[in-house]
Design a binder for this molecule. Structure first.
Ligand code: NOJ
Length: 549
């Protein structure tokens, strides 16, 4: 097995992790300070969301210079020190490659927009206006509004899948691809342990860009539906693999919202392009189509089980699965999957059990190990997340009241995952001595690292124990996945079998006590869980792990 299949990856959101200067923004020195904490969680790799130079319109996903560190985070010397200090603790650093687009302040774009015939004229997706002067197509960007913005200098529109400050690169141009591979190799040479590759299904655009059938009252269609996973995209990615990652002991994980479990075999595994793919069906249960926050669909525990089953099966014989339930774009799992009145501590532990026992590499997101909850600011102006604004406006244009639109934001805003780390119960939770860029969650007095480290029944201690368990029992990493009780409406249950040992996991996702056939745990030894085990019965949100030798 490869090192990254056996470890836990921690997704670290730099802006919110640890500030050492009083600027209100986390920094690289803060990461170095907290490496011991991450080690105590059994972490072997840290995925940093982008730390490159950026105007921060989308918190770093708008890159101005791929080979420079944003001054708010520190310097390249700090970054080199982070690599070195992490290495001492056997932790690898994973870099986020944002290659679908750059910032509109990137020198490549500044040159491209000058004229139709400069050397970089063809580095982005430029199109003439329609005859009436309007946008070339009726595509809506993922953050809302048109996906096209007019450029005075060039007298043309440019395409942006996300915000207008994030123009899409033209991957059809070989010079663009070469420049991107060079940027990635810069980080390979620094000693990166892997890459998370952002928004990858959008890099290839169709030959002809045309209007689509409107999907909303604004007369637009989501750009996602018009460009996702365009035929031929894998050719580019094979080229990326040959030019960047092949031959290095590093892993790649692609963010591929829109690549279905049934398509995974082309993307991962020996003949695929990445080692792993973040597939989103289990975190987008309420969006059967595009992600419109004000139009969530109802879902059931059976739907969640089905999504997890599909991705486990899709990577059974080929490839490897990155298990995740939270990231910097998603609500906190304690609120996402469970009703308001649920015991959230138990829910956090239930999700932790699932995260560490499915087949694949667990990706733990900053704060998840403490059982964090969503934030609910009382006005849209208090939000920072650019997509919250777009979704709020979309909700209003769909006829929702301001109150209803804000409720949708409370439920899905990306800011819930971005509030500062809570290290202790002191000022600003020990995150910063200045004014935090985003307010600290008001539950920090009780929910913080210092308090949870001391409490043997805390979510944090539970996560530390899970990491140890995962390292101690081979089936957690090497075992196959065999689902049991497939038809059960409340319990998700599975075995992880190796030749010599089997682990049995029972998870009650419902808020009621449920029973199961007690012969299932016969001759098995209970090893871990979030409550006292009772044969044949699971309490609300109870998680149990058994072993059989
Ligand atoms: C996906 C990233 O995870 C998200 O935070 C970002 O806004 C978009 N890609 C655009 O880069």
């Amino acid at each position: 097995m490869k090192w990254w299949q056996k470890t836990v990856v921690y997704e670290l959101y730099p802006k919110s992790f640890q500030d050492t200067t009083g600027s209100g923004t986390g920094d690289i020195k803060g990461m170095i300070k907290r490496l011991g904490y991450l080690k105590s969680l059994g972490v072997g790799a840290i995925w940093l969301t982008p730390v490159c130079k950026s105007p921060m319109v989308d918190n770093g996903y708008d890159i101005e210079d791929y080979c420079a560190i944003d001054p708010s985070y520190g310097t390249m010397e700090d970054m080199d020190l982070l690599f070195a200090e992490a290495k001492k603790r056997n932790i690898r650093i994973v870099i986020d490659l944002v290659f679908n687009h750059t910032s509109d302040q990137n020198p490549w774009f500044l040159e491209s927009k000058q004229s139709k015939d400069n050397p970089k004229a063809d580095w982005y997706i430029w199109r003439d206006a329609k005859e009436d002067g309007s946008e070339p197509t009726n595509w809506r960007g993922i953050f809302g509004g048109s996906a096209w913005t007019w450029c005075e200098e060039r007298q043309q529109y440019y395409l942006h899948t996300f915000a207008y400050q994030q123009p899409d690169l033209n991957w059809a141009n070989p010079d663009v691809r070469k420049a991107l591979y060079d940027a990635a190799n810069f980080w390979v040479n620094k000693g990166a342990g892997g890459f998370r590759v952002d928004a990858i299904p959008y890099i290839k655009k169709p030959e002809v860009l045309k209007d689509g059938e409107p999907d909303g009252k604004d007369g637009m269609v989501s750009v996602h539906d018009m460009t996702v996973n365009t035929k031929g995209i894998l050719d580019y990615l094979h080229e990326f693999k040959e030019n960047v990652t092949e031959g290095h002991d590093i892993f790649t994980v692609g963010e591929a919202n829109g690549v279905k479990a049934s398509e995974l075999h082309e993307w991962v595994g020996e003949n695929g392009v990445f080692d792993m793919i973040f597939e989103f069906s289990h975190v987008n249960l309420e969006f059967k189509g595009i992600e419109t926050w004000c139009k969530p669909d109802p879902w059931t525990i059976q739907d969640l089980k089905k999504a997890l089953r599909n991705s486990q099966e899709a990577t059974r014989d080929n490839g490897w699965y990155p298990v995740f339930f939270e990231n910097h774009d998603k609500p906190r799992c304690t609120d996402h999957y469970f009703p308001e009145d649920a015991d959230k501590g138990q829910c956090a532990k239930l999700m932790g059990t699932l995260l560490y026992t499915l087949r694949g590499t667990p990706f733990l997101y900053q704060g998840q190990e403490l059982g964090y909850r969503n934030v609910k600011y009382d006005s849209i102006q208090k939000y920072n997340d650019i997509s919250s604004y777009g979704q709020y406006d979309l909700a209003l244009s769909e006829g929702l009241s301001e109150e209803e639109a804000l409720k949708a934001v409370h439920r899905f805003s990306r800011d819930s995952a971005r509030t500062p780390m809570q290290w202790n119960d002191q000022e600003n939770a020990g995150f910063s001595t200045g004014i935090p860029w985003l307010p600290v969650h008001d539950d920090y007095k009780t929910m913080n690292v210092e308090a949870e480290e001391k409490d043997p029944s805390s979510v944090l201690v539970y996560y530390q124990q899970l990491a140890k368990l995962r390292a101690d029992y081979a089936p957690f990493t090497k075992g196959d996945f065999e689902e049991i009780l497939e038809e059960d409406e409340n319990i998700f249950a599975y075995r992880r079998n190796t030749k010599d040992q089997s682990i049995f996991v029972l998870l009650n996702f419902s808020g009621k006590e449920v029973s199961y056939d007690c012969s299932l745990t016969e001759n098995m030894q209970y090893i871990f869980g979030n409550d006292q085990p009772k044969t044949g019965v699971l309490k609300p949100y109870q998680a149990c792990i058994y072993v059989k030798n």
